[in-house]
Design a protein around this ligand. Structure first.
Ligand SMILES: Nc1ncnc2c1ncn2[C@@H]1O[C@H](COP(=O)(O)OP(=O)(O)OP(=O)(O)O)[C@@H](O)[C@H]1O
Length: 262
């Protein structure tokens, strides 16, 4: 990974306190163009808080965030989405009773003029279904036959696929995935890992938060190790063993001198 270029998304000195708990304690973050950056850390290390801060879901108490070198202050996930940062949260944020197409366009529905003209714009369902089908085909999610099928009737892997496809379809700059394989079986996890690699092939950088070390080591270009609310170090999965990464994460081992900007 060429870290001499400007990061597409970066953060410096992020602090987030919840009462007496400091979830983020002077945390830094850098994501470079075209890479898959895994974020790993023990339970409670502050990974979700970090991701929420850079995706607009929480507002940090201190620190700065830059997107393509420009300082940004997202006050909501919608603002981050509008800036090109799409997040697949652990709970997927899908509406089970709605169709695949409706879920893909949730919050940014396509509309057309209604019978009363421009004042009453109706949902353009055929256009949304066509675009959703194109996106899913493009991402190789051919197993989904019927785009108007309700999401609650899909398997866990297919649901994850819809959430990832939505992020990949609309994320113009960054896709963030929080534990995308946590609730999935072996086959479904495999498909999601392939999807992550597909998204990377299409040129979008990805932040992957995961507890699954084999998955992290399989797809990540770099690994950001988060500990006690801050970035401890960044390591190259080709140069470190899984057990050493876990030892760094848990504090059993200290990071080498040169691991800060790997
Ligand atoms: N909304 C909140 N209110 C109070 N405390 C919170 C809140 N969100 C996070 N915390 C606390 O902040 C710390 C960091 O939590 P966070 O969820 O960011 O960690 P994590 O690394 O994602 O953990 P896990 O791997 O267990 O999901 C924890 O001590 C957690 O209890």
């Amino acid at each position: 990974m060429n870290t001499s270029v400007q990061p597409i998304l970066s953060a410096r000195g992020l602090v987030k306190r919840y009462g007496r708990v400091t979830a983020l304690d002077n945390a830094d973050f850098d994501l470079y163009p075209g890479e898959i950056l895994a974020v790993i850390g023990d339970n409670g290390a502050g990974k979700s808080s970090l991701i929420k801060a850079i995706s607009g879901a929480v507002i940090p108490d201190e620190g700065e965030i830059k997107l393509e070198g420009q300082q940004v202050q997202f006050r909501s996930p919608m603002e981050a989405r509008e800036a090109g940062i799409e997040t697949v949260y652990q709970n997927l944020a899908l509406s089970p009773a709605l169709s695949i197409a409706d879920n893909m366009f949730l919050g940014r529905e396509l509309r057309k003029p209604g019978i009363m003209g421009q004042w009453f714009r109706m949902l353009d369902r055929p256009a949304m279904e066509k675009r959703a089908r194109e996106k899913l085909n493009e991402l190789g999610l051919m197993t989904i036959q019927n785009i108007s099928q309700a999401v609650e009737t899909l398997s866990g892997g297919q649901r994850q696929g819809v959430a990832v496809a939505r992020a990949a379809a609309f994320g113009s700059k960054v896709v963030i995935m929080d534990e995308p394989t946590a609730a999935l079986g072996v086959k479904e996890s495999r498909r999601v890992l392939e999807l992550i690699l597909d998204v990377k092939k299409r040129g979008l950088p990805i932040v992957l938060i995961s507890h699954n070390m084999p998955h992290v080591f399989e797809v990540a270009d770099r690994i950001h190790i988060h500990r006690l609310g801050r970035r401890l170090c960044v390591v190259d999965p080709k140069l470190i063993s899984m057990s050493d990464a876990v030892a760094l994460m848990t504090g059993a081992k200290k990071p080498p001198e040169d691991a800060l900007a790997a």
